[in-house]
Design a protein around this ligand. Structure first.
Ligand code: MN3
Length: 203
């Protein structure tokens, strides 16, 4: 088995009331598990099994669509679980918070731009905060399970924060109210983890 479903660092109900337990249970145990199972099936017996998910994403144009969709799904969700936490949110004052001020015109503007990236993504996809090759932050979105690591992405960089705007991420609790889900998401962002990823990406 090349890839495995990562364990959550918190209980399914730990992000309530912002993200409900049933959504977390299905999202992690069914959706993410399916990406892992389908990725493993797509690469079974090939040398791709020896690669990291990051390296697969970086050269995704060389792979068939099942690897792009399920490999992206595995990478994106593994990041997603880590950048959320109970008793989180707020305004970051750490290094990434300072970089948001310097590179993105301040935290309020970042919130507006990040929500707009999620709101204007038609259908399914992700909104991202990423570190570009020049070390500066950027906000963007990708369709389906693509991400900024992929060589096919319109916006390229190292993702440090991702927001899933597929309906399966919010429909049980928020139905069609994607903006309400996105507003709630800001209450569970684990800025300590985002900062850790920011510092690592800057190296
Ligand atoms: Mn999802």
């Amino acid at each position: 088995m090349a890839f495995e479903l990562p364990k959550l660092n918190y209980a399914f109900n730990a992000l309530e009331p912002h993200i409900d337990a049933k959504t977390m249970e299905i999202h992690h145990g069914k959706h993410h598990q399916a990406y892992v199972t389908n990725l493993n099936a797509a690469i079974a017996g090939s040398d791709t099994e020896k690669l990291s998910i990051e390296d697969i994403c970086k050269n995704i144009s060389k792979y068939p669509m099942p690897v792009r969709n399920n490999g992206g799904g595995h990478y994106n969700h593994s990041l997603f679980w880590e950048i959320m936490a109970p008793n989180a949110g707020g305004t970051p004052s750490n290094e990434v918070g300072k970089a948001i001020e310097a590179d993105l015109g301040g935290f309020e503007k970042f919130k507006t731009d990040f929500a707009a990236a999620g709101a204007t993504r038609f259908g399914s996809g992700w909104a991202w905060l990423a570190v570009k090759a020049d070390g500066k932050l950027c906000v963007c979105s990708t369709p389906n399970q693509d991400n900024p690591l992929m060589d096919v992405a319109d916006c390229k960089g190292t993702p440090i924060l991702g927001m899933d705007v597929w309906e399966h991420a919010y429909y049980l609790n928020y139905q069609n109210r994607r903006p309400d889900y996105m507003a709630a998401f800001f209450n569970v962002i684990n800025w300590n983890k985002v900062n850790e990823l920011y510092l690592k990406a800057k190296k």
